[in-house]
Design a binder for this molecule. Structure first.
Ligand code: NAD
Ligand code: TDX
Length: 345
C-alpha cells in the first residue's frame, strides 16, 4: 500500500517538513511522528492539531539529544525516518556557523547512531525494508558558471558554512550505509518556495517587504541564478525517493526553472500590482540593490533525469503557477507571517 506504514519526520515544523506532514496526515493511512526542536524556524501553526487525528503525533525534541531521539524511535517504531531537521539559512550560517555545525553535522550523526541501534534490533524483513532518508540540497555541489547542471555524479564543493555542514552530513549518511549497511537515501534538491516559508528566505522576503512598503533587498547585481521548485512538488519527490528509491543511492531533484533574483523580485512585484494594487506606483519601486552576500554562489541548476526516469517523478507546477499560488497565500495568510516579523523587530 502506497500510503501505509509509519513515517518519522524530523524537522517537520519547518517549511518543507510541515508540507510533508500536512500531506501525510491528509493522505491515506500513514502514521506520522513529527520530531522537531521548534527553533525560530519551527512553527506549530503550520501543522495539523495532533488532538484531531490518531495518525499524527508531535514530539518537541532535538536531534542532537541521543536519549530523546532513541526514546522516540523505539516507542514509535518507524518504517522510514526522513531527516529535515536542520539550520537552513545561508546568511545566518555566515554570521553564526556553530549552530549549523551542531545541528546539521552532529545532529545528523546522532540521528544515524540512534537509527542504526534501532535498525539492528529489527527482524530480517523489517531490517530490509527500513529506510533513513537524508534531505539535502544542491548547494553541496558549489557554484556553476553560465552553463552545465549538477547531477548525482557531480563532486561536492560546498562554499558556505551552511552548505559545508549539509555536505558533511551527506558524507556521514553515506558512510553509515557503506560501513554498517544502514539502508539510506539522499536527495539533493534545488531552492524551494511556497506557503509557510519563513520570511528570512528570498521569495517571502520580497513579498512581505513589498506589502509593508519597505525596501526589497536584492543582493549585489541580482544576476545570481537559482533553480526553483514548488514545495508540494518537492514533497512528491521526497515520498517517491523514500518509498521507491534504492538504498545507498542519491537523487537530484529540481524542475529546471532557473531564474535570476532580480527577475523574481520584478515578477513578484508585478503579481502584487495585479492582485493588491498600491496607491501610487509599482511595488517594483521598492527594489533596492544592497551589499552582496559574502561568497555568494553565482548559479545552481539540477539535472533531475534520474528521479524522473527511475521514480517517475515530475513537478506539477511551473514557476509561473507556483509563484502565483505563493503570492496569493501570503496575501491571504498575514496572520501566519506577521507575528514572525514582530518577533524579529
Ligand atoms: P526550515 O528552516 O524551514 O525548518 C527546519 C526545521 O528543523 C524547523 O522546524 C526547526 O525547528 C527544526 N530543527 C532545527 N534544528 C533542530 C534540531 N537540532 N532538532 C530538531 N529539529 C530541529 O527548513 P526547510 O527549508 O524546511 O528545510 C528542510 C530541509 O530541507 C533542510 O535539511 C534543508 O537543508 C533542506 N533543503 C531546503 C531547501 C529550501 O529551499 N528550503 C532546498 C533543499 C534542501
Ligand atoms: O534578502 C535577500 N536578498 C537576496 O538577494 C535574500 C534573503 C536572498 N537574496 C538572494 C540570495 C540568493 O541568491 O536570493 C537568493 C536566494 O536566497 P535564499 O532564499 O537565502 O536561498 P539560498 O541561499 O539560495 O538557499 C536556499 O536554497 C537551498 C535555502 O535557504 C537552503 O536551505 C537550501 O538548501
Amino acid at each position: 500500500n502506497e500510503s501505509s506504514g509509519k513515517i518519522m519526520v524530523t524537522g517537520g515544523a519547518g517549511f518543507i517538513g510541515s508540507a510533508l506532514v500536512r500531506r501525510l496526515v491528509a493522505d491515506g493511512e500513514t502514521q506520522t511522528l513529527n520530531f522537531d526542536a521548534l527553533t525560530y524556524a519551527g512553527n506549530t501553526h503550520s501543522l495539523p492539531d495532533p488532538r484531531t487525528t490518531q495518525r499524527y503525533r508531535f514530539i518537541k525534541g532535538d536531534i542532537r539529544d541521543h536519549a530523546s531521539l532513541s526514546g522516540a524511535i523505539s516507542a514509535f517504531k518507524p518504517d522510514i525516518i526522513m531527516n529535515l531537521a536542520a539550520e537552513t539559512h545561508v546568511d545566518r550560517s555566515i554570521t553564526g556557523p556553530q549552530a549549523f555545525i551542531d545541528t546539521n553535522i552532529a545532529g545528523t550523526a546522532t540521528l544515524l547512531e540512534a537509527a542504526r541501534t534501532y535498525w539492528e534490533t529489527l527482524d530480517d524483513t523489517r531490517r530490509q525494508s527500513f529506510r533513513l532518508h537524508q534531505i539535502s540540497t544542491d548547494e553541496v555541489f558549489g557554484s556553476l558558471g553560465p552553463t552545465g547542471r549538477f547531477s548525482e555524479t557531480t563532486p561536492y564543493a560546498p562554499n558556505s558554512p551552511y552548505s559545508a555542514s549539509k555536505a558533511s552530513a551527506d558524507h556521514l549518511v553515506r558512510a553509515w550505509h557503506h560501513t554498517y549497511g544502514l539502508p539510506v537515501l539522499v536527495s539533493n534538491c534545488t531552492n524551494n518556495y511556497g506557503p509557510y516559508q519563513y520570511p528570512e528566505k528570498f521569495i517571502p522576503r520580497v513579498i512581505v517587504n513589498a506589502l509593508a512598503g519597505v525596501d526589497i533587498p536584492v543582493y549585489g547585481t541580482g544576476e545570481n541564478v537559482r533553480d526553483w521548485l514548488f514545495v508540494d512538488d518537492h514533497v512528491d519527490a521526497l515520498l517517491a525517493v523514500a518509498r521507491h528509491g534504492k538504498p545507498g543511492e542519491t537523487y537530484a531533484i529540481g524542475a529546471s526553472e532557473e531564474h535570476t533574483n532580480i527577475e523574481i523580485a520584478n515578477r513578484i512585484c508585478a503579481l502584487l500590482d495585479e492582485m493588491r494594487p498600491r496607491g501610487s506606483g509599482s511595488y517594483a519601486d521598492l527594489i533596492t540593490h544592497v551589499t552582496d552576500r559574502p561568497g555568494h554562489d553565482a548559479r545552481y541548476a539540477i539535472d533531475a533525469t534520474k528521479a524522473r526516469r527511475d521514480l517517475g517523478w515530475q513537478p506539477r507546477n511551473t514557476f509561473e503557477t507556483g509563484l502565483r499560488r505563493t503570492v496569493s497565500w501570503y496575501l491571504d495568510n498575514r496572520h501566519w507571517w506577521a507575528p514572525l516579523l514582530d518577533r524579529e523587530a
